[in-house]
Design a protein around this ligand. Structure first.
Ligand SMILES: Cc1ncc(C[n+]2csc(CCOP(=O)(O)OP(=O)(O)O)c2C)c(N)n1
Length: 395
């Protein structure tokens, strides 16, 4: 996390060596799967989205309302995380603002047995997998060694080392296949793995190595690249010259670009890819085309390297506004429902704020407790030395 603090973002003036591209970076192009347009109207079936339409057939109005509720809740959790950092309660907070639909769509497509390997911004996936937001706050407060039991919700600990988790995910997926948990036809047994990274992560060696391993072992894994257009201060055109979804072709498996600000499309495409993986048809790479509306983290000032017109253009594609507009026009929700849901979100925020502020500092032994599974003399000696050191402050 300290890496963020040495990021060049606050020293690189926007005009110095990078000009905003001429093209419209909010346009995902003709290959992008979309079911809900930015104004909240449903998109007609086309050759691009039709292959995924079946995955929405059993999504009724109640399920869509639940999706919107999740979007509202995770945005509120995120706002609270940001505020708590600003008030000195957290060391750092990486905001998911703008990426709610990409994450809730993917998270809701997963079954309980499907395992997620996140980066550090996947608070919306954590929410869908049942990880209490308090646990995320505990990690960014620095009072625990990760924050949650990965196996409780099949949601791995956050990984700050960019791209590392992609290899972990493929290894886990290879294991699931070898355990016989793929292609049995049993919906409660067949398992897929999701590996989350950002656009910047696609430049890492680990990312590309993981694609090779997944390909040659036909691993049940879905690579989910949230292209939020910035890797701290580095724009897309510093990271690749062809978009991430097209890279899959060179590794021998399908790549799909989806509108990551459209929760229905994100859900449908992910469900398709997960079903492929669980049934033994191998990996898929999904590029969720979205935007990081906020700063990279609370250590960053994006006004130093990106123009406000770009942010405004993406505001017009807000994932929550479009789902709210759609469900309102369908008569599924009304203003009173939105008000009530926002009230529930405020209650959730108050709960997690209190929990965060009252989290006890961990005992010092905790720092040494998880180094080895078995007792280790060196670690025991270090723990004792540290205890003596601390005792020196008692007077
Ligand atoms: C291996 C490694 N290199 C560099 C960093 C510093 N770093 C932290 S976040 C980040 C940018 C990541 O961008 P992206 O993958 O697009 O994800 P985003 O933060 O936009 O979600 C970098 C370079 C790191 N954490 N790990």
């Amino acid at each position: 996390m300290s890496d963020d603090e040495v990021a060049p973002s606050s020293t690189a003036p926007v005009t110095q060596d990078h000009q905003p591209p001429e093209r419209d970076i909010t346009d995902g192009g003709p290959d992008m799967v979309q079911f809900l347009a930015a104004d909240g109207t449903r998109v007609e079936l086309t050759a691009t989205n039709e292959p995924y339409a079946a995955y929405l057939e059993d999504v009724d109005q109640a399920a869509m309302k639940d999706m919107l509720r999740d979007l509202i809740m995770v945005r509120r959790v995120d706002a609270e995380g940001f505020a708590l950092q600003r008030q000195g309660e957290l060391g750092l907070w990486p905001s998911l603002l703008g990426q709610e639909a990409a994450q809730v769509g993917a998270g809701r497509a997963m079954r309980p047995q499907d395992y997620a390997f996140p980066g550090y911004r996947e608070h919306g996936v954590a929410w869908c997998k049942g990880v209490p937001p308090e646990n995320l706050l505990g990690m960014f407060r620095g009072v625990n060694h990760g924050g949650w039991d990965s196996n409780e919700n099949n949601f791995h600990l956050y990984t700050i080392v960019i791209g590392n988790q992609m290899l972990h995910a493929v290894g886990y997926a290879m294991g699931a296949a070898r355990d016989g948990d793929v292609g049995t036809g049993d919906p409660d047994r067949d398992t897929a793995v999701m590996a989350f990274t950002g656009d910047g992560g696609t430049a890492q060696g680990d990312f590309n190595e993981s694609l090779v391993f997944a390909s040659v072992t036909n691993a049940p894994v879905v690579f989910y690249v949230q292209n939020n257009h910035w890797a701290i201060s580095e724009p897309n055109d510093r990271q690749f010259t062809i978009p991430p979804y097209r890279r899959a072709d060179g590794f021998g498996f399908p790549g799909i670009r989806v509108d990551g600000n459209d929760v229905l499309a994100s859900y449908a495409v992910t469900r398709h890819a997960l079903e492929r993986a669980r049934s033994g048809q191998g990996p898929t790479l999904i590029e969720a085309f979205t935007y990081r509306m906020g700063a990279h983290t609370t250590s960053d000032d994006p006004t130093k390297y990106r123009i406000s017109a770009e942010v405004d253009a993406w505001k017009a594609k807000d994932p929550i506004d479009r789902m709210t507009a759609y469900l309102t026009s369908e008569g599924v929700i009304d203003d009173a429902w939105v008000e009530q849901t926002e009230g529930e979100a405020d209650q959730l925020a108050a709960r997690i704020r209190k929990a965060c502020q009252t989290m006890p500092d961990p005992p010092h032994e905790e720092m040494f407790a998880h180094v080895y599974a078995e007792p280790h003399t060196l670690i025991e000696r270090e723990s004792a030395l540290f205890a003596d050191y601390q005792a020196g402050f008692e007077d």
